[in-house]
Design a protein around this ligand. Structure first.
Ligand SMILES: Nc1ncnc2c1ncn2[C@@H]1O[C@H](COP(=O)(O)OP(=O)(O)OP(=O)(O)O)[C@@H](O)[C@H]1O
Length: 226
């Protein structure tokens, strides 16, 4: 299994009275692509952040790619994420003053799987970003270009799992369709597990499974308190 969750409960330390996630059981198979949707504020980003080890699971079990994240320290989770997970954030989080190529190479450095310039340039080319563009600073790119750099950065260390959080909201329909096609092709070619969050249900074409968080998160129904 790529993801296996049992009896997970999560509340933010700053608001412990509010259970954001209460998931009795949920799993994702290796190589599966899952489109996760649900109304705003129901905990989609929170779930992705737990799966990537950015947030800590304090109650229940959370296994990702066979690793027990619920027993790991913060440092171990950071290392796990750098090695095994590619994460594309809503705001991309590129480093604005570094050029495109260096933004991508920096991620491979942190993963301890240093990929060379050639690998990075090939990947950027696959994502339709040419050599000239790769010399530009991230702050000089369009939103669509930044998005593709963020994907390249997530893929450079050859992660087994790619997590993408609502990445298309700033794009027009044509660019969105091109982006989705590119993403799904890359995921299939590299045989990765994909978890993709969006409000936009029309994007779920091509995924193995489309699921609402409310189907398996009990906290979303009850407005539950611990
Ligand atoms: N850092 C935080 N501290 C406290 N509460 C938070 C924090 N981040 C999110 N929340 C709360 O947790 C709940 C779930 O938020 P989350 O961002 O996971 O929802 P979401 O489904 O991804 O929403 P959206 O679709 O709007 O991005 C919300 O009620 C939110 O207010």
């Amino acid at each position: 299994m790529a993801v296996s969750i049992q009896q997970l409960r999560f509340a933010y330390p700053s608001d412990t009275a509010k259970t954001v996630l209460n998931i009795p059981e949920w799993s994702v198979a290796q190589g599966e692509s899952v489109f996760l949707h649900g109304p705003s504020g129901t905990g989609k980003s929170t779930l992705l952040n737990l799966l990537a080890g950015i947030l800590q699971c304090r109650e229940g079990t959370l296994e990702v790619l066979g690793h027990s994240l619920h027993t790991m320290s913060g440092r171990q989770r950071d290392r796990f994420r750098a090695r095994h997970i590619g994460f594309v954030f809503q705001q991309f989080n590129l480093i604005p003053y570094l050029n495109v190529l260096d933004n991508v190479l920096l991620a491979s450095y942190f993963a301890d799987r240093a990929s060379g310039r050639e690998d990075a340039l090939t990947l950027l080319q696959e994502l339709q970003l040419d050599a000239e563009l790769c010399r530009k600073k991230a702050s000089e790119l369009s939103v669509g270009q930044q998005q593709r750099v963020a994907i390249a950065r997530a893929l450079i260390s050859k992660p087994e799992m790619l997590i993408v959080d609502e990445p298309t909201s700033a794009l027009d329909t044509d660019n969105r369709d091109i982006f989705m096609q590119l993403l799904l092709e890359l995921v299939q070619r590299h045989q990765m597990t994909l978890l993709f969050v969006s409000h936009d249900r029309s994007l779920d074409r091509g995924f193995h499974r489309s699921v609402s968080l409310q189907e398996f998160n009990q906290a979303a129904h009850a407005g539950e308190s611990i």
